[in-house]
Design a protein around this ligand. Structure first.
Ligand code: BGC
Length: 349
């Protein structure tokens, strides 16, 4: 496993980049800054090596563009928490209101923006485990939490991501990975022609402002949110359906049917490269975010990134589940072990 310097954070602390590879030549790079996936390279149908996730060449750029969460591990509560507060055991905890009046991705200084330690590298399993401690009331969340994430590059060209977290007080936990995929290559531009299938019959509509789920589970049938059969991401993205206008395109949670088992959540395909992504999780939901808010800027190797140049499939508890009794609770009791998994597998079939 190759280890390289990846630059420094604002405190001058060094971030590292680790490269994992398998016998097929598939390569995964992860950095200790935000425990983030930096690149995922796969041989396409034309035998060209394609890097299919957006990212940057150095830690400094990740810090500068932190609001995009390229490839990052997001927690302690991914997605939104309404009113930037939650109540546990009758005690109200205030969080950073960094998205209108709400909390998004746990705030601007969460674990996505910090340098993690490497706990172990397992050459045989082709995996690396990173860990970080998040203190009691850090970002407002109760309990000192020990968090671990393991990235495994499998022989069948998947990155498997396993999360583990334990807190010494009752708290909430909801970790996800925020990779932006572009199956034409990270520099491939608008993802609109790539086809997507999501294993969900319903999604969670949001409020007109603030993007907080209303509690409704709305059937996707007859709406632009119907991805039960492969459909181009761009086909209806500019539709006037109100849920799309609220969020400038897809930025919604879909209701999965896996019953807590690791099962397919989505697939995506790109005709020009032949790359087929199979995505799995054991979480109840997946946020489809179609990169609606990416401003034009420089990415890896001088690539130009812009609006809708990547799509995220963020496996998660439902947004704002902490404040919504209709949703499966993300509560984590003191001493209990939180686990979650997601797999993103590439193939040419
Ligand atoms: C959110 C988007 C947000 C993006 C980057 C996504 O998970 O749903 O609304 O713009 O993350 O922060």
């Amino acid at each position: 496993m190759l280890k390289q310097s990846f630059g420094t954070d604002t405190h001058g602390r060094e971030a590292h980049l680790y490269t994992l590879a398998n016998a097929n030549g598939t390569q995964l790079k992860v950095t200790t800054l935000g425990a983030a996936v930096v690149s995922f390279v796969f041989r396409d149908k034309n035998k060209i090596m394609r890097d299919i996730v957006l990212g940057y060449d150095k830690a400094e750029s990740y810090i500068e563009q932190g609001g995009y969460y390229f490839g990052a591990t997001v927690g302690r509560y991914a997605n939104r928490i309404s009113g930037a507060k939650l109540t546990i055991g009758g005690v109200e905890y205030a969080l950073e209101a960094n998205s209108e009046t709400n909390n998004l991705h746990s705030g601007s200084n969460g674990v996505s923006h910090k340098i993690w330690d490497v706990e172990c590298m397992n050459e045989e399993q082709n995996s690396i485990t990173m860990k970080i401690e998040s203190g009691d009331l850090e970002q407002g969340f109760p309990g000192t939490m020990q968090i671990k994430v393991t990235f495994t590059l499998t022989d069948d060209d998947a990155v498997r991501i396993d999360y583990e977290a334990v807190s010494d007080k009752d708290t909430v936990a909801n970790f996800t990975n925020h990779s932006y995929f572009n199956l034409a290559g990270h520099d491939g531009g608008f993802v609109g022609s790539q086809k997507l299938k999501i294993y969900a019959d319903a999604f969670t509509p949001v409020t007109p402002t603030g993007s907080i789920p209303t509690g409704e589970l709305r059937p996707v049938a007859g709406t632009p949110f119907d991805f039960t059969q492969f459909k181009e991401i761009g086909k209806e993205i500019n539709d006037t359906y109100d849920q799309l206008t609220y969020t400038k395109g897809y930025d919604h949670n879909f209701v999965l049917k896996n019953g807590g088992r690791l099962e397919l959540m989505a697939e995506a395909v790109c005709e020009s490269t032949g790359i087929h992504l199979y995505a799995y999780t054991d979480r109840p939901g997946v946020q489809l975010y179609a990169g609606n808010f990416i401003a034009e800027h420089a990415g890896k190797g001088g690539a130009r990134y812009g609006e809708r140049h990547g799509f995220c499939l963020e496996a998660q508890c439902f947004p704002d589940a902490v404040n919504n009794p209709a949703f499966e609770t993300p509560l984590l009791k003191a001493g209990e072990v939180y686990t979650a998994a997601a797999v993103y597998r590439l193939a040419l079939d």
